[in-house]
Design a protein around this ligand. Structure first.
Ligand code: G4P
Length: 528
């Protein structure tokens, strides 16, 4: 194999940052981009978010609520590493997009607010990472404020996330007494200099904990630190690379993103520990990134900024082979050869046309609705990458058209929005109309806004009694028919014509499961 090609893969790190809203994800992203030289000034990421708002009509909703509905990709270099950082929307009311972005990463960085510990959103995201055993590095943020004790945070995380924690850095005090972090990974101490916290290189570095300078600088906190570190050597879980790589253990770092403290320590360890692109499971076999033929899959579709042209960007994660501009690949779902002439790579501060890209990279392919989430592209071999699921929605709404003349447009709009993954669409088997399903309530507002802006359809939604959905199948077709007949008001088909059982409660679902042991109820469905 070409050395250069192998090296390009080995130095790539493709990861997503996950957190509960307000834990500090945007701030941390910004500091990481500053280290990578991808932006020059703090504030750029937030400013960019604001600028994006102005460019699209349907994103007005985003602006209204002051949150980011879409997620993006940022590419930059750090040391010898080539980083692809995938942003996931952090609002409370998140969508399936967030989940899907996580199917395209090789690792994740989880941000936790030290005062709040593990919050519900983080638990959900963690559950998604666990589905693929994604390795996770944890950053405990806001140590410059009074929060839970570091040990309590570790216990809380182990408890709620069911993952072993191993502290690779350790804070010296917190709140007003926060003096810096001891880097257990690099056996180095980085002290804060009050008032000079804004750049990563600032501060005092001490290489030996027994150095008496430490007592001069920290007073009584010096001995406390020595004791705590000694205790950790004995009591903390030792770091085990394999355990981390298969998702069983998370290395933990402490710091303060806004003060840029502990961020560099975390990032340095992250790039070294986090995996380069690995094998990806396809239906027929596992595909290695080192294989020469190109392959990749679409994990996210974003309506472009110009809704009038129905222009969309499909985000494709490269799984193997080198991408070169103008190359021909098979689009397997539609059985056509396509030329990838107009691919975009997402730089942190701009978009650029891309000439070459490697496994781990994300390229954006412009299209007019031909690409769907889950589509695989490869040079020859018909591959189908797996693990890009539809998630069972948790909220359901019935759509009402204000002007019935627009029924055709409504249908077209809903089908396209479902293909894009903006919302799930169900058609009840026994009645007319559409039921929308979503993982986050916000998806409904986005869908209505987009129906109006892009399809000229004035629609509203109203609650429908369902709260649970499961895709159903059965080896015995007769049994499935019987099940369908016995539950006429609960059956629907999704946009891919897959049979779905909608119920009003978990209890009702449990009841059905008990009475119909042959029927299989699925919480996720692989996208066809
Ligand atoms: P998010 O993307 O996870 O939602 O969080 P974001 O970075 O926007 O941070 C949420 C709030 O927490 C912001 O304050 C931010 O300044 C603050 N923050 C981030 N890191 C730290 C930290 O290390 N220490 C402290 N004390 N605060 C931190 P805000 O007032 O909501 O916004 P802003 O006015 O600063 O923009």
């Amino acid at each position: 194999m070409d050395r250069h090609y192998q090296n390009e893969i080995d130095r790539r790190r493709t990861f997503g940052i996950i957190s509960h809203p307000d834990a500090g994800k945007t701030t941390l992203t910004e500091k990481i981009l500053l280290f990578g030289g991808a932006i020059q000034q703090a504030g750029s990421v937030k400013a960019k978010k604001a600028a994006r708002h102005a460019t699209s009509d349907w994103m007005a909703i985003e602006k209204e609520r002051g949150i980011s509905v879409t997620s993006s990709v940022m590419k930059f270099n750090y040391r010898d590493f080539e980083i692809n950082l995938l942003d996931t929307p952090g609002h409370e009311d998140f969508s399936e997009d967030t989940y899907r972005v996580l199917t395209a990463v090789d690792s994740a960085l989880m941000v936790i607010d030290s005062a709040k510990g593990v919050e519900p959103q983080t638990e959900k995201l963690m559950a998604v990472c666990r589905m693929r055993n994604t390795p996770i590095v944890t950053f405990i943020n806001k140590l410059d404020r009074e929060g839970m004790s570091p040990l309590d945070i570790l216990h809380d995380s182990e408890d709620k996330l069911q993952s072993e924690c191993t502290p690779l850095s350790w804070p010296i005090g917190m709140g007003k007494r926060f003096k810096g972090v001891y880097n257990r990974f690099g056996s180095q101490l980085h002290l804060f200099e009050a008032g000079r916290q804004t750049r990563g290189g600032d501060g005092i570095i001490i290489n030996d904990l027994s150095d008496p300078v430490l007592d001069d600088l920290l007073g009584s906190q010096a001995d406390q630190l020595r004791e705590e570190i000694e205790l950790l050597e004995v009591a903390a879980n030792p770091f085990e690379l394999d355990h981390f790589l298969n998702g069983g253990q998370t290395p933990v770092f402490f710091g303060s993103a806004i003060n840029n403290f502990g961020v560099r320590e975390m990032l340095d360890a992250f790039v070294e520990l986090a995996p380069h692109p690995g094998d990806r499971a396809a239906l027929t076999r596992d595909v290695s990134p080192y294989e020469a033929p190109f392959s990749g899959f679409a994990f996210k579709i974003q309506a472009n900024m110009n809704p009038a042209h129905r222009d969309r960007i499909a985000f494709v994660r490269i799984c193997s082979g080198k991408f070169t501009r103008g190359m021909k690949v098979m689009h397997h779902r539609i059985g056509k050869e396509v030329t990838l002439a107009n691919a975009t790579i997402f730089m942190a501060n701009d978009r650029e046309n891309v000439d070459v890209a490697y496994p781990g990279d994300i390229i954006g392919i412009h299209n007019h609705g031909t690409i769907k989430i889950g589509d695989t592209f490869s040079e020859k071999e018909p591959l189908k990458f797996t693990g890009i699921p539809n998630f069972a929605p948790e909220h359901f709404m019935r759509v009402h058209l204000k002007n019935p003349i627009k029924a055709k447009q409504l249908q077209k709009g809903l089908i396209q929005l479902a293909e894009e993954g903006a919302v799930q669409v169900f058609r009840p088997v026994r009645s007319n109309g559409y039921i929308l399903g979503a993982v986050g309530m916000l998806q409904f507002d986005v869908t209505m806004a987009r129906l109006k802006a892009e399809y000229g359809v004035d629609a509203v939604y109203e609650p429908v009694g369902f709260t649970v959905a499961r895709w159903v199948d059965c080896e015995n077709a007769k049994k499935l028919d019987e099940f369908e007949r016995k539950h006429p008001n609960n059956m629907a088909v999704d946009a891919e014509e897959c049979l779905t059982f909608l119920t009003t409660s978990e209890w009702q679902l449990g009841y059905a499961k008990e009475n119909w042991p042959d029927i299989r109820f699925h919480k996720t469905r692989e996208i066809n």
